[in-house]
Ligand binder design. Structure first.
Ligand code: PGA
Length: 250
């Protein structure tokens, strides 16, 4: 039984004060959520104060990025144990915006994923195809290759702590969601790849989130699909009411 996981990716939004306001609103409206996991991923600058606010609450803290080394002369970098230190349990790796604007490749994503696991964090590894790749019928081989590339040398035991997020690039921030059927088809292809790599039992435990314009009005249909185990939410996670509605999917 996979416990659904709804994560908010705040991207480059929210000061500390704005983050406090959002988290306070989420905690106020959350109620009892025993059958799903909730994560927020603020920018680095807000992690420490929000980690204090979220301690002993049902909302987990995640970061949006991590470096692959634990210390050293790496100006601007943040290491996994530093994220643990401020209360993070999750970290996003390989988001398409990191691949597009910050040079992430499957190889660097794989290194960051290993570093995150070694540092006691649960990575949310993002994969997804571009519009031209989908239009040319390449979406599935490209996404499953990203899955394989990101999971190089990850053991079946480590896999238990990995979440995969399928985020078609053309659906991110565009309002143009994949249909529930198309998303399900890709999630099934990702799971089939996991079965090949790790066997059926391990593959069935992995949560695969969908991301890309998840909103209050499409979350229920997406979450009703058998291989969609959660959502990675950008824009709609920035307001308490819309994120709460997504968290409370039917
Ligand atoms: P979006 O972003 O919900 O704004 O499309 C999702 C993401 O990039 O994780």
């Amino acid at each position: 039984m996979r416990i659904p996981i709804i994560a908010g990716n705040w991207k480059l939004y929210k000061t500390v004060a704005e983050g406090r306001e959002l988290v306070t609103g989420l905690l106020a409206g959350l109620g009892a959520v025993t059958d799903r996991e909730v994560v927020v991923c603020p920018p680095y600058t807000a992690l420490f104060p929000l980690g204090e606010l979220l301690a002993n609450t049902p909302i987990a803290l995640g970061a949006q990025e991590v470096f692959s080394e634990t210390q050293g002369a790496f100006t601007g970098a943040v290491a996994p144990q530093m994220l643990r230190d401020v209360g993070c349990t999750y970290v996003i790796v390989g988001h398409s915006e990191r691949r597009q604007f910050f040079g992430d490749t499957d190889a660097t994503v794989n290194r960051k994923l290993h570093a995150a696991l070694a540092g006691g964090l649960r990575p949310i590894m993002c994969v997804g195809e571009s519009k031209p790749q989908r239009d040319s019928g390449q979406a599935e081989p490209i996404v499953t290759a990203q899955v394989r590339g990101g999971l190089v040398n990850v053991s079946a035991e480590q896999l238990l702590n990995v979440v995969i997020a399928y985020e078609p690039i053309w659906a991110i921030g565009t309002g143009d969601t994949a249909t529930a059927a198309d998303a399900q088809a890709m999630h099934a292809a990702i799971r089939a790849t996991l079965v090949e790599l790790y066997g059926d039992e391990a593959a069935q435990t992995v949560r695969i989130q969908y991301g890309g314009s998840v909103k209050p009005d499409n979350v229920d249909e997406l979450m009703s699909q058998p291989d969609i185990d959660g959502a990675l939410v950008g824009g709609a996670s920035l307001k308490a009411d819309s994120f709460l509605r997504i968290i409370h999917f039917q």
